[in-house]
Design a protein around this ligand. Structure first.
Ligand code: ADP
Ligand code: MG
Length: 336
């Protein structure tokens, strides 16, 4: 049995004063927050794409994290999943498990301001959720988006000989986490990349008719490329020299090794494949959406496996290719 917030009136005032007014409106919402369920009106002749991501204190974020950053990020990581499918967001559901210390108007209002600053420009209406008390803060978001009936970007569509592309820059968030772990202050840029990921929705929607496969990078490029290659029953060759790394990530690699930015997670960029004849279309989409796209490798036969090359020679791939919740050391917990 779940334990609700101590005073029912407290729970309701939090929901109706801090959450509901910032839910956002949409013609597709027939009945929003306040009843036992929302009533929604899906767009005609479209398919719906649904995704859910949970973020837990000490695991996905530091306990003292800024509530506005968390409000942004818990929605951003979900919208990133929709972007990876080429879907356009419609609705979200928000499940909040709040420890007593955070079940107050100030924390929730800051959280909802962060949420709204991403939800509003992307037309995402918050249509419901659940609010409970828990020992540790945990935020779970479900998003629903629309897709044209005939297209979707999946992980399994890559073909041998396709180019591999990534959007934006890779490794900045991983660097920020590594620095915070060592009690160093990340640069403003790296901290922004960690706390305010930008879901690549316009790019994903544009890739629907161009890319052969896509996914978003959440666990680390190497792990996620391995997932895409496995789903497509192919191998993949990643070119380290071609990867879009910021100057500070290049410095980090000099100390921590070449693998550091490709096995750290939280990039929330798109990783996608496309046949070579689509190169010009991809660069033009990148210019149009203002999101750089960089060609970083080649899909190969399954028997070749996943390899990383630098100056033409293969590097030895680390056993741990990315973040794994059930294997990785609990890095954030070591902080307290
Ligand atoms: P019930 O007990 O019938 O599930 P709740 O008391 O949990 O109802 O919620 C009342 C209303 O507030 C519902 O419409 C629900 O969707 C909404 N709600 C509750 N928590 C949240 C939340 N964290 N975010 C958005 N809506 C919420
Ligand atoms: Mg409920």
């Amino acid at each position: 049995m779940r334990c609700k917030l101590t005073r029912p009136s407290g729970e309701f005032s939090l929901i109706y004063q801090q959450i509901a007014p910032l839910a956002g409106q949409s013609a597709s919402v027939t009945l929003g927050i306040g009843d036992d369920a929302a009533i929604l009106c899906p767009p005609a002749n479209q398919r719906l794409a649904v995704a859910m991501d949970t973020m837990v204190e000490n695991r996905h974020f530091f306990p003292d994290c800024d509530p506005a950053d968390l409000g942004w990020k818990c929605l951003a990581v979900n919208l990133s999943d929709l972007a990876a499918m080429g879907a356009s967001p419609l609705w979200a559901l928000l499940s909040l498990s709040l420890p007593e210390r955070l079940a107050n108007a100030a924390w929730l209002s800051a959280f909802m301001q962060g949420w709204k600053s991403l939800a509003e420009p992307n037309g995402v209406a918050l249509v419901g959720g659940d609010t409970t008390r828990a020992k540790e803060l945990s935020v779970s978001v479900t998003v629903v988006g629309a897709l044209p009936a005939t297209f979707a970007l999946t992980r399994s569509g890559a073909k041998e000989g396709d180019d591999i592309w990534v959007s934006g820059q890779i490794g900045d968030a991983g660097l920020a986490v590594a620095q915070l772990y060592q009690s160093q202050q990340p640069s403003e840029y790296a901290a922004f990349r960690l706390h305010r990921p930008q879901p690549r929705l316009a790019l994903g929607a544009g890739l629907l008719t161009i890319a052969s496969a896509a996914m978003d990078v959440s666990d680390g490029v190497l792990a996620d490329l391995t997932h895409l290659a496995t789903a497509s029953q192919l191998g993949a060759e990643l070119w380290l020299d071609a990867m879009p790394f910021s100057d500070e990530v290049v410095c980090w690699m000099e100390q921590a090794g070449w693998q550091a930015p490709v096995i750290s997670g939280d990039d929330y960029e798109l990783l996608f494949t496309a046949p070579p004849h689509q190169r010009a279309a991809i660069l033009s989409l990148a210019a149009q959406t203002g999101v750089a796209c960089c060609r970083v490798g080649l899909m190969t036969a399954q028997s070749c496996g996943v390899t990383v090359k630098q100056n033409g020679s293969s590097l030895v791939i680390p056993e741990q290719r990315g973040y794994d919740h059930f294997q990785a050391a609990d890095i954030m917990k070591k902080i307290d």
